[in-house]
Unconditional design. Structure first.
Length: 308
């Protein structure tokens, strides 16, 4: 009986073991599906990345739009007029400061004009880099107040040549492309008439290219360097006395003294001239006197003596 039960027990144990193995496999499969599900959730972040890329492309597009805006080409001339204590010293200081601030700057004109004894009106003209112009403008505007002077007036002239610059560049590009086509055609032309016609057109195109090159170089120079003119006026200028018709004994007395002084100077000048020319005047006067004396004595001898 016991052995019979023992024999029946083995199939039960085997069945139980198989059942547990099946459950374990099922559990592993469920975990795999869960893992697969979780692993499939990772790519779900793709849209977020795509959204980020979209924002990036939008930002890039906007930056390109900002960068793609046409560049401005400006020609500026700045004139400032100030009153200072010592114009010559101020002119030297400004030239030294400008050479340090902008090593590429040029002094195009320096003019000193005397307005009174030891007083000068000075005009300075500079050519400065456009990139450094804002700092130079600010310094010059604040210079009179910081050095005991007075700012009289400031003028700024600005000319926008962007259209001319861009149009000239475009025309130059087209002309250079046409020049290359003409060079190719003239190399392949067989008839003499074709060669002459193409050569004539090529000469015209090359002339236009030279003109545009010169024009663009001139525009580039004017838009790269700005003109700055500084006028310095002395703080003290001698005032001319006002002229008026009011009678004044003091003014009349002073006028009379000035007239006497002028007459005395004229007489002294005449005396000096006569003294210098005595080497000619004295001999000439002596000759005239001797001639007259001789003439008188001859006249007396020629006159007949009266008889009693």
């Amino acid at each position: 009986m016991f052995q019979l039960m023992r024999k029946r027990r083995w199939p039960l144990i085997t069945f139980s073991a198989l059942l547990m193995l099946a459950m374990l496999v099922a559990a592993c499969g469920g975990g795999g599906e869960s893992a697969a599900t979780n692993s499939g959730a990772v790519p779900a972040a793709g849209p977020a990345q795509s959204s980020g890329n979209s924002n990036g492309s939008t930002s890039s597009s906007s930056s390109k739009s900002a960068a793609g805006a046409p560049q401005q080409y400006l020609i500026k001339s700045f004139n400032i007029n100030m009153q200072v204590k010592d114009t010559r010293r101020t002119a030297a200081d400004l030239q030294a400061w400008m050479s340090v601030t902008d090593p590429l700057s040029l002094v195009t004109n320096v003019n000193y004009q005397q307005v009174d004894q030891n007083l000068y009106s000075v005009s300075l003209a500079f050519s400065v880099q456009a990139s450094l112009f804002p700092g130079i403008e600010s310094y010059l505007n604040s210079y009179p107040g910081q050095h005991g002077g007075k700012l009289l007036n400031v003028t700024m002239n600005t000319q926008d040549v962007s259209g001319d610059y861009i149009d000239s560049q475009s025309r130059l590009t087209n002309l250079k492309a046409e020049q290359q086509r003409l060079l190719t055609l003239v190399g392949n032309a067989q008839a003499l008439s074709d060669v002459l016609a193409i050569d004539q057109r090529l000469t015209d195109v090359e002339g236009q290219i030279e003109q545009l090159d010169a024009h663009l170089n001139d525009l580039k120079s004017q838009t790269t360097f700005y003109n700055v003119t500084v006028s310095l006026q002395p703080a003290e200028v001698a005032l001319t006395p006002p002229s008026g018709g009011v009678w004044s004994i003091g003014a009349i007395w002073q006028g009379a003294l000035n007239a006497v002084k002028v007459v005395a100077q004229a007489l002294a000048t005449l005396a000096i001239w006569l003294l210098v020319f005595c080497v000619y005047i004295v001999p000439l006067a002596l000759i005239v006197w001797l001639a007259r004396r001789w003439w008188r004595s001859r006249s007396l001898k020629a006159t007949p003596t009266a008889t009693p």
